[in-house]
Design a protein around this ligand. Structure first.
Ligand code: HEM
Ligand SMILES: *[C@@H]1O[C@H](CO)[C@@H](O)[C@H](O)[C@H]1NC(C)=O
Ligand SMILES: *[C@@H]1O[C@H](CO)[C@@H](O)[C@H](O)[C@H]1NC(C)=O
Ligand SMILES: *[C@@H]1O[C@H](CO)[C@@H](O)[C@H](O)[C@H]1NC(C)=O
Ligand SMILES: *[C@@H]1O[C@H](CO)[C@@H](O)[C@H](O)[C@H]1NC(C)=O
Length: 427
């Protein structure tokens, strides 16, 4: 058997996974029907766009006038998830005259929803001090005039929307290359002070350079998004699918319930291809972690390093494997099984962590839950079968006469009488 036998199924899995994520990769055109009606009510039906993150959408209109200003009307909408634990919140949209679409330097219009249901909207200059936790207080925006700002809630669509008219000076703001930023947060102080928003991928990917004349957005993190998906698929296939299949092969096809010669080939092929594919995903993950200026997912990274280290140890330990007859082989097996199972547990935890960081929709979660459910069902069936075989074997033994029993025992070098339900012992 060569590793090429495994290539077709691997490609198939990759193809299925990439198909199911294809919907996420495409940039959505226009905006949702719900938001479109709201934009229409504000006379902003010509230009409308779903923003990439936080479920936010933007509708706008613009016209130049003779005085070197561009007037733009915007309607920014997001669905704040307010609840008992988050009774108040804020939604923000802003433009950044700096070189990059980023939080610091943004001139923002922020709508605040209070616990008692009152809503206000004000303008804020976001500085480097804001980021390190200084109070963010309302004030006029330098260089920009903002008028007609208002905030509303539409209970049919559950959108909170902020409307505003901006007067952008032509020097400093190019509407074909406008840096804009959006955000939502769930804490407010003193009625007018938005407090720090969550720091998830969605919250830090919420900026882009937009061409208001066409609606096309360019974001620095677009290529990161595809790489994150590649990282996720490789890790799910390598660590999350092939390695467990190899373990199932070793556990149930080595001795009982089915003794198959090919168990070792299956085990080696699954573990080595899983390790290679998983390591490729891991390396991309390390690169992603290195590339993100703004955030750092501590648990995900630490678990990933553990997983890679343990898996590498498993492979290296093969070279130290004592001969079958060696008395130390027992301890090697215990070690190998213990590290193997522990690694699987860490892998499953970390894949779910990764999926929750990505927040790329439920497709990821359900694909992986599907894989786990399938592997779990196979394991359960084999385990039940294993026990049934053991119990039947035991019953038969009881009915045998003692001398026959002894005779059988002598022979047992050849026959495997399933002496214990887990006769290859977990550890
Ligand atoms: C209210 C006070 C705020 C605080 C304390 C705060 C704090 C932070 C922090 C700590 C980060 C993580 C990045 C890092 O670790 O370097 C961040 C990122 C970010 N924040 Fe805020 N933030 C606030 C308000 C806002 C507002 C109002 C907006 C939008 C108008 C916004 C938009 C962003 C964006 C787009 C990022 C991604 C990284 C970047 O562009 O710098 N933040 N913020
Ligand atoms: C939309 O346009 C109509 C007609 O021009 C006007 O009466 C109405 O006030 C406008 N609505 C808003 C929100 O600007
Ligand atoms: C508009 O800008 C140009 C070049 O920056 C300048 O020459 C002109 O005087 C400006 N017009 C007005 C009305 O400010
Ligand atoms: C923030 O920026 C100002 C001006 O660019 C600079 O003087 C100040 O030291 C910066 N503060 C921090 C905390 O980086
Ligand atoms: C609601 O709460 C805010 C902030 O605590 C306060 O400024 C406002 O006056 C309250 N409105 C009403 C109607 O009680």
């Amino acid at each position: 058997m060569s590793s090429s036998t495994l290539l077709p199924p691997t490609i198939l899995i990759l193809a299925i996974l990439s198909l199911s994520f294809a919907g996420n990769v495409a940039e959505p055109a226009g905006c949702s029907a719900d938001f479109a009606t709201l934009a229409h009510q504000n006379n902003l039906s010509t230009n409308c766009k779903k923003l990439r993150t936080l479920g936010a959408e933007l509708g706008w209109n613009y016209h130049h006038d003779s005085t070197n200003f561009t007037h733009i009307d915007i309607l920014f909408g997001a669905k704040l998830k307010l609840s008992e634990s988050h009774p108040s919140g804020w939604l923000a949209w802003g433009v950044n005259p700096g070189p990059r679409p980023e939080m610091i330097g943004t001139k923002a219009i922020i709508g605040i929803v209070h616990e008692n249901g009152t809503m206000i909207v004000k303008t804020y200059e976001i500085t480097n001090e804001t980021k390190i936790g200084c109070r963010l207080l309302p004030g006029a925006l330098g260089g920009i005039r903002v008028t007609d700002e208002k905030i509303s809630y539409d209970d049919k669509t559950e959108f909170y929307t902020v409307f505003a008219r901006l007067n952008l000076p032509s020097d400093g703001y190019n509407i074909a290359k406008l840096n804009h930023v959006w955000q939502v947060g769930y804490a407010v102080d003193n009625g007018v002070e938005p407090k720090k928003h969550p720091i998830t991928l969605q919250n830090v990917d919420s900026s882009e350079t937009i061409d208001l004349t066409s609606g096309n957005g360019r974001s620095t993190s677009q290529h990161l998004k595809s790489l994150r998906e590649v990282h996720g698929v490789l890790c799910i296939v390598g660590w999350g699918t092939l390695l467990p299949i190899g373990v199932i092969g070793a556990r149930y096809f080595k001795v009982s319930p089915f003794q198959k010669e090919w168990w070792f080939d299956l085990h080696i092929i699954c573990q080595s291809s899983g390790y290679l594919i998983g390591t490729a995903g891991w390396a991309i993950g390390l690169w992603l972690g290195h590339a993100s200026r703004y955030y750092f997912f501590y648990t995900h990274r630490v678990l990933a390093i553990f997983i890679f280290t343990l898996a590498t140890l498993q492979i290296l330990a093969l070279r130290l494997r004592p001969n079958v007859k060696d008395p130390y082989r027992k301890y090697w097996n215990m070690y190998h099984h213990f590290v193997g199972y522990a690694t699987l547990v860490l892998i499953f935890i970390n894949i779910f962590r990764g999926i929750s960081i990505l927040r790329g929709g439920d497709a990821w979660k359900w694909v992986f839950v599907g894989i786990l459910a399938f592997l779990g069902a196979v394991t359960l069936a084999l385990e039940v079968f294993n026990w049934a075989q053991f119990l039947i074997g035991k019953l038969q033994k009881k009915n045998q006469k003692p001398n026959e029993d002894a005779a059988e025992k002598k022979e047992s070098g050849k026959v495997q009488p399933a002496p214990s339900p887990i006769n290859m012992s977990v550890f």
